[in-house]
Ligand binder design. Structure first.
Ligand SMILES: [Zn+2]
Length: 377
């Protein structure tokens, strides 16, 4: 019976927007009201916030020779940066998902979930794009993968841009939507360079589907003539499509985001799209990406909700100990400091804004294992 107490911090309820200075007790990997005996391990986090475990909804963690230069490991951008859970966004498709199951799932301490790519190869480089031809998009094989890996497959990913889907794009989206419907999970759609044009892509999204890279700065995104939000995006939001940031190397623009926010558009989930490229400079960490939304006026609780409750609900993992710190749940908690000093941050377009403070994870608890942050932010 492992007994752990994290003490000295303020325990956050992101949904209610409240926090309470009290200890958090964990018994055998689950949150409890009180311990039956003194703790075996006391973790002192005086002055820190204790939040539900951070979730990064859009990452690429299929670190394997298939990808040539190699992607990042889940732990490098997970527990080493104070993140409890990373969700891989379509690095593997039906033809490569067994590799993900073998080389990623059992090897990482960070909790990992994944969207399967409708393009069977997943993301290894393929001339013309991994979902650019009908023979690359195998509906039946995609659905069958959920029978084997339904524990950690949370949806279907579609990269709706010219470089990944060529002129087959709109048909590939329909296949991804069909697969998502057949397995009862959401579809996550990456928007980028046309074709397909964004209006056609958004019209295919249903309530609960996720649009990622929502506020990229490329031509033909969510802003239309004279920077007005296009009707297809507003309608998608109004019918319950989830808006994900998905920073990446070239997919987040402060300007696009702030113009959309002014017109009442949301950011539901904050994610990094971390891979080897965006780790070096543009996105770097989930904490840094969260602070970019602080720079655009989000409160601390709003950014915490966007990496806890919101992504947990989006992929249906709330009942597995994500999204809150309720008694009885499996324990996933991120402990972080909010350092009261301005932080100048750069988006993927090279523009800068200043966040009012820094979010600095101290460590993360997963079950009864505590990991101190060890990687830069
Ligand atoms: Zn991505």
């Amino acid at each position: 019976m492992a007994r752990i107490t994290i003490q000295g911090g303020r325990v956050m309820d992101p949904l209610a927007g409240t926090a309470e200075l009290r200890p958090l007790h964990i018994l055998d990997g689950h949150i409890v009201d009180s311990l039956p005996a003194p703790p075996d391990r006391l973790i002192d986090v005086a002055g820190a916030w204790i939040a539900p475990g951070f979730i990064d909804l859009h990452t690429h963690v299929f670190s394997h020779g298939l990808f040539g230069s190699g992607l990042v490991t889940a732990d490098r951008i997970g527990v080493e940066q104070g993140v409890a859970c990373v969700v891989d966004a379509g690095s593997a498709g039906a033809a490569t998902i067994e590799g993900f199951n073998t080389y990623v799932m059992p090897t990482q301490r960070t909790s990992v979930f994944a969207f399967i790519n409708i393009g069977s190869p997943g993301l290894p480089h393929l001339t013309g794009g991994h979902s650019s031809r009908p023979e690359y998009c195998d509906l039946a094989a995609t659905v069958r993968a959920f029978e084997r890996h339904g524990e950690w497959l949370v949806g279907v990913k579609m990269l709706a841009s010219q470089s990944h889907a060529g002129s087959f794009g709109i048909e590939a989206i329909k296949l991804a939507r069909k697969a998502a419907e057949l397995v009862g999970k959401p579809m996550m759609v990456h928007i980028g360079n046309a074709p397909p044009v964004i209006d056609d892509v958004l019209d295919l999204l249903r309530p609960g589907d996720i649009v990622t890279h929502a506020y990229h700065g490329k031509t033909g995104g969510v802003l239309g003539y004279r920077d007005r939000v296009i009707p297809a995006f507003r309608e998608a939001v109004e019918r319950g499509v989830i808006v994900d940031l998905g920073h990446g190397q070239s997919s987040f623009s402060f300007r696009t985001c702030e113009i959309a926010l002014e017109q009442g558009m949301p950011v539901h989930c904050i994610s990094t799209d971390l891979h080897r490229g965006s780790l070096a400079r543009q996105a770097v960490s989930l904490a840094r990406t969260m602070c970019k939304m602080r720079a655009l006026g989000f409160s601390l609780f709003e950014v915490i909700r966007a990496v806890t409750r919101a992504p947990a609900d989006a992929i249906g993992i709330g009942s597995r100990g994500f999204g809150d710190l309720s008694v009885g749940s499996r324990a996933h908690a991120t402990v972080f400091l909010e350092i009261d000093e301005p932080w100048e941050l750069e988006d993927a377009e090279g523009e800068r804004r200043i966040a009012p403070s820094r979010i600095e994870p101290v460590g993360v608890l997963i079950g009864d294992a505590w990991y101190e942050r060890s990687a830069p932010l």
